[in-house]
Design a protein around this ligand. Structure first.
Ligand SMILES: Nc1ncnc2c1ncn2[C@@H]1O[C@H](COP(=O)(O)OP(=O)(O)OP(=O)(O)O)[C@@H](O)[C@H]1O
Length: 962
């Protein structure tokens, strides 16, 4: 918005909130602080404008009385974003009114949280002295905190059950480094890899709230907010961001220097006081070091307290609002940098994470209905975050998977132990974030009491797990002595329920500090003297109605009714105030006692604050040990949760092998099962892949193994055994809504859960460790990139074919539907063939192209399955049972009839289908009715060559005749 010439006789608006821009322009002259003559501004507005110059990338919230106000362009932004009334304020005689929007100071955190969530940085400028002390001059104010999406520490702005990551990226050609930190828990990780696609996937997995990116363009330094409206790519973003960086995140462009190798390395060495980065595992990973160094510099520059810049809680006025709530932390308590490797984990790309609905549903993005929803019975925030991380990053290492399984098994076998543990865990607060706040100097006394209470629970946990045999339980059997001591110290020092603010006393118990006790006794003595004053003065004056009163403005006084006031009063009575019915007096001694109380109280508050900060420092010094305990508690909680679900949902412990075998007996979809009434879900088995780790079955023709028959309900759980004849690729057909997608997803989810270490919804399962899970499920147009449904589908398919290995699990739900039937079928055929023969990935391919069933007769490692239905004269009953064999019939027209298409249309559709079936070369070819003369040149050459390798002379396949 540009500034306008003065509008003569512009009406003065009361509210501009609902008015369009045009009207705003008529009533305010300036909407941009940069274009106003600073000398013409009122002193406060000048201060605001100067500060705004210092924080151009942030919305500046400026404390005025009980409000945080914004002016100029920021006022318009926050009015729009927060749906606030936009009004105006006089900014100087010749300047006139400028836009104003404000929020009450007590609601600031809530509004701030909304702004930060939408990708804004917010600078909070608070009053640093009591307005009364200013005596006519401008009240002192300073920016006490700049909050960006990735540097939030404030409890109320964080989601307790997920990490809040700040990331930094350095790209060099196709190589990249990525560092991440959660400043609220202190986690600090870095990695380096090649392949920009993997960078995109890693960012999508982490979902950072803010990503730092070094840039050479000085004018671009700043914050790029994600555009929630998407669809219309922002050219500024497009120019600044490399293609590998997904646009839906918030990016902060940074100068290059801190990301240079030497500077970054030096900064890390200094921060962690080490001589080499060897111990952190990244000495030889320059890009990982550059990313981590650049991230650290950003935190140091923007989020850590500049010593001279900001008042501390101690010297700041306690009112009107405690500055501690929004003051810079002294130091972000980062844990030592940890280097991780992408290849340690099962790769689940973003598409698959969405399709399998791991943390949110695909349709409306809700938690309810996701896998995490179905499995999360954690009782602590730390456990909730851990479980979420586990689901997003399943393991590859068999022994690590089995270690989790062993603990779950123990917690299942010992149900009482599990329940007792959960009861104690419930009483443990968020140790990770409490420690984070203590380390950053932003924890209040309630935080430390919560920490002490939580540490006090550790011995109970240790007692309970004393019988444990698995590594996770053994880790908690001894409470580190420092934790014990720290808990006791905190409890001994802090009162049970301290106030929220740190500068108003009542934090420290009596008996802790002799000086504090003396000061308190002196206050008590003075207060006692005042309490007795009424009696002594009544005796002295003989006025039985004399009272002692107190007001904030006058302090203590002696009150005598007007009628009695005329009587002879002692000489030391000094009249202070006359009211209608009473006279108020003070005496020199009363005033002396009063000021003694005030002064001593101030000293008490200061001393209490000092004792408190010393305690907080002690906690910060132990943050590393506390975090280790917190990690163990989080893991225990997550494992209890998985054990709990396993018990109540009747899951089994899968055998994890190094083979390629996937053998699931009576598997269920963990989410759909929980959404249906008990017993309604129809279990289905699945068998895929050979037991041989190095060899697929694609080279030889074998018998196709049907899924094992369902055992009777009371039969012992069967143990699936390795079979060398299981197909690599299953073509799954069946009518609409019969359960194909559900089956596909349940196989993927069972594999994923198994690699998390969880038990799985099945009667029995043997699962070889997968390297990647791919899914392709019905796409929608990607408006943001202007891609059609078909192009999205082809891109996803290309990604799968380019990256899948024999150890991957590929789940394809329809391919080729977004184009002409022949094109679609041809592509679907070729893709299935490529997966089965060239890649030999374990694949389930759900399709409505029944023609694909022919593949099974050509390739020995392909099998047909169908989801069966029962046909009655006027309806279809969905049995949801997966059985061997291809569906010989499609039910699309029947589905249309059930959906209410007019009878004439249904009848016509049947006629058309009959004609197509009679004349289509595809149908004719698949029925093997083509003439020998046509055959030889019509066989797709690849299939022909495969056939010569894979099988004896086969029926002709003429799907490519026009
Ligand atoms: N094994 C099952 N037991 C009970 N209900 C099931 C089962 N499988 C699927 N369903 C139910 O059937 C509904 C349809 O299933 P699904 O979406 O998997 O069908 P589909 O065959 O993939 O359909 P379409 O071909 O139209 O995509 C699901 O929402 C679920 O409620």
């Amino acid at each position: 918005m540009t500034d306008l010439p003065p509008a003569p006789n512009a009406p003065e608006p009361q509210r501009l909130g609902d008015l369009p821009d045009r009207l705003i322009k008529q009533t305010v002259r300036y909407t941009d602080h940069r274009s106003v003559d600073r000398d013409a501004l009122t002193p406060m507005m000048r201060h605001y404008a100067d500060l705004k110059d210092e924080y151009p990338q942030a919305l500046l919230l400026y404390r005025v009385g009980d409000f945080f106000e914004t002016f100029f362009q920021d006022a318009i932004t926050i009015a729009q974003e927060l749906e606030l009334v936009l009004t105006s304020k006089d900014a100087g005689k010749t300047v006139g009114r400028v836009p104003l929007a404000g929020v009450p100071h007590h609601a600031m955190e809530r509004y701030c949280a909304q702004l930060v969530e939408r990708g804004y940085a917010v600078a909070i400028c608070d009053q640093t002295e009591d307005a009364a002390d200013a005596q006519g001059r401008l009240v002192q104010r300073q920016v006490t905190r700049v909050i960006t999406p990735g540097t939030v520490l404030e409890e109320g702005m964080l989601n307790a059950r997920r990490n809040n990551y700040l990331a930094a990226v350095v790209i060099a050609g196709t190589h990249w480094g990525l560092a991440i930190a959660d400043v609220s828990t202190g986690e600090f990780l870095t990695t380096q890899a090649s392949g920009l696609d993997r960078l995109t996937q890693e960012i999508l997995r982490l979902q950072p709230s803010e990503i730092l990116l070094p840039t050479n363009a000085p004018d671009l330094v700043g914050l790029l907010r994600p555009d929630p409206r998407a669809g219309i790519p922002d050219p500024r973003r497009a120019a600044a961001l490399p293609e590998a960086l997904p646009p839906q995140f918030c990016y902060t462009l940074r100068p290059q220097a801190p990301f240079q190798a030497a500077e970054a390395r030096q900064r890390l060495l200094e921060r962690f006081r080490v001589r080499s980065l060897e111990g952190m595992g990244c000495e030889h990973l320059p890009l990982a070091v550059r990313a981590a160094g650049g991230l650290l510099q950003y935190l140091e520059e923007t989020s850590e307290r500049q010593l001279e810049a900001v008042p501390t809680e101690a010297n700041a006025a306690p009112s009107p609002a405690p500055p501690a709530a929004h003051a810079y932390p002294t130091r972000i308590p980062l844990q030592p940098l940890y280097t991780y490797t992408l290849s340690d984990f099962l790769v689940i790309d973003h598409q698959t994470r969405r399709n399998l609905e791991i943390t949110q549903t695909q349709r409306d993005g809700t938690f309810h209905g996701s896998l995490l929803w179905a499995l999360d019975r954690t009782v602590t925030a730390m456990g909730g975050r851990a479980l979420r991380r586990w689901l997003l990053q399943p393991l590859l290492d068999r022994s690590a998977i089995q270690a989790r399984q062993d603990t779950i098994q123990e917690l299942i076998d010992q149900g009482t132990l599990r329940q007792q543990l959960q009861q104690v865990l419930k009483q443990i607060y968020d140790l990770e974030r409490l420690t984070g706040r203590a380390g950053s100097g932003t924890a209040n006394a309630r935080d430390l009491v919560a920490l002490a209470d939580s540490l006090g629970k550790l011995p109970e946990i240790a007692d309970l797990v004393a019988v444990g045999r698995s590594p996770f339980l053994i880790a908690l059997q001894t409470v580190p002595p420092v934790m014990d001591t720290l808990g006791q110290t905190l409890r001994a020092h802090l009162v049970e329920t301290p106030p929220l603010y740190l500068t108003e006393g009542n934090l420290i118990r009596p008996g802790v500090n002799p000086q504090l006790d003396r000061l308190r006794q002196s206050i008590e003595a003075d207060q006692q003297w005042i309490a007795e004053l009424e009696t002594t003065e009544r005796q002295r004056t003989g006025i039985a109605t004399l009272k002692v009163g107190y007001t904030k403005a006058f302090g203590y006084y002696l009150s005598i009714s007007r009628a009695k006031a005329s009587a002879d009063l002692p000489d030391d009575y000094i009249r202070k105030q006359t009211l209608t019915n009473e006279e108020r007096y003070i005496t020199p001694e009363l005033k002396q006692r009063e000021s003694a109380i005030f002064l001593t109280r101030e000293a008490v508050h200061k001393l209490e604050y000092e004792i408190f900060t010393a305690l907080r420092l002690q906690v910060a010094e132990q943050s590393e040990s506390i975090r280790q305990v917190a990690g163990a508690i989080a893991a225990l909680d997550a494992l209890c949760s998985l054990a709990e679900v396993a018990v109540y949902q009747n899951y089994c412990r899968p055998a994890i092998t190094e083979s390629r075998q996937i053998a699931i007996v009576d598997g269920r979809h963990p989410v759909v099962e929980q959404s249906l009434p008990a017993g309604f879900f129809v279990p289905n088995s699945a068998t895929l892949g050979s037991g041989d780790p190095d060899r697929g079955t694609g080279g030889s023709r074998g018998t196709i193994a049907p899924p094992p028959p369902r055992p009777p309900a009371d039969a012992p759980a069967p143990t699936p055994t390795a079979t060398h004849s299981a197909p690599d690729l299953i073509i799954l057909t069946g009518p609409n809504a019969s359960g194909k997608s559900c089956y596909l997803r349940q196989v993927g989810l069972i594999q994923l859960m198994a690699q998390v270490g969880s038990f799985v919804p099945a009667a029995a399962a043997t699962l070889g460790v997968c390297d990647r899970i791919f899914t392709r499920v019905g796409a929608v147009d990607d408006l943001a990139t202007g891609q059609s449904t078909f192009m999205v589908e082809m891109n996803e398919t290309a990604n799968i074919l380019n990256h899948a290995t024999p150890r991957s699990l590929v789940l394809l739900d329809e391919i080729g539907r977004g184009t002409a039937t022949f094109d679609g079928l041809s592509i679907a055929w070729a893709v299935a063939e490529h997966l089965a023969t060239d890649i030999r990935a374990r694949t389930i391919f759900a399709t409505h192209y029944h023609e694909l069933n022919e593949l099974a007769s050509l390739l020995s490692n392909v099998a047909n399955y169908q989801v069966v239905v029962k046909e009655l004269p006027d309806q279809i009953i969905f049995l949801h049972q997966v059985r061997p064999g291809g569906a010989d019939k499609s039910y699309g027209i029947e589905a249309g009839r059930l959906a209410g298409l007019p009878a004439s249309v249904i009848e016509r559709a049947r006629q058309v289908m009959g004609q197509i079936e009679r004349h289509s070369h595809i149908a004719v070819g698949l029925r093997g009715e083509s003439s020998p003369a046509e055959s030889s040149e019509r066989v797709p050459s690849k299939t022909a060559s495969r056939r010569s390798r894979l099988r004896e002379p086969a029926g002709q396949l003429n799907i490519f005749t026009g």
